[in-house]
Design a protein around this ligand. Sequence first.
Ligand code: ADP
Length: 199
Amino acid sequence: MFNIILFGPPGSGKGTQSEKLIAKYGLIHLSTGDLLRKEMRENTPLGLEAKSFIEKGQLVPDEVVIGMISTAVDANPQTNGFLFDGFPRTVAQAEALDKLLSLKKTSINSVLFLKVNEEELIKRLVNRAKTSGRLDDADPEIQKNRQQVYKNETLPVAAYYQKFDKVVDIVGEGSIDEIFDALCKEINARNTATSVNSL
Ligand code: ADP
């Protein structure tokens, strides 16, 4: 199996690039944001719980998202691999993910970190708010909270994987195709022989 984490702040382009990467490499896309929004649309108990956090720009509790990811990984034993998007968002989630994957005799191959300057991020999120219909995009106060949560709780996840030499910085500015090419180059270079060729 070949597993990637697409990492970066809100607005860094994880969702857009994920779609292209899963198509090219035949991976399963696991976006905790998408999974949580689906639960909310369907008004499940999990969705209702998640809503109260998401609407404030706070993180949903670790055990909730870890449970969701664990179920999704278990449901796809035959896949080429997973692309994690928006997860892990805390060090506790990263540790849980590593444990979960090692039980399946696999691990994270690379953490691709989309780097985008703050001014550009704000511009993109303001634009996304016009079309996404997402409450957490529309309100500047909630936005600010999400950026703060990213800095305090999510950035340490990059430091966690740096210890294992798994983090690759990718320039997240430029055209969608330029960024996609940079991601593919890294995936191909870092995962020679064993994993990519056997996809
Ligand atoms: P973005 O791509 O803009 O960062 P997401 O769609 O990934 O946003 O997530 C939206 C919201 O869902 C987050 O602000 C958070 O409240 C919740 N969420 C998503 N993933 C996680 C996670 N792994 N842990 C905790 N909360 C999460």
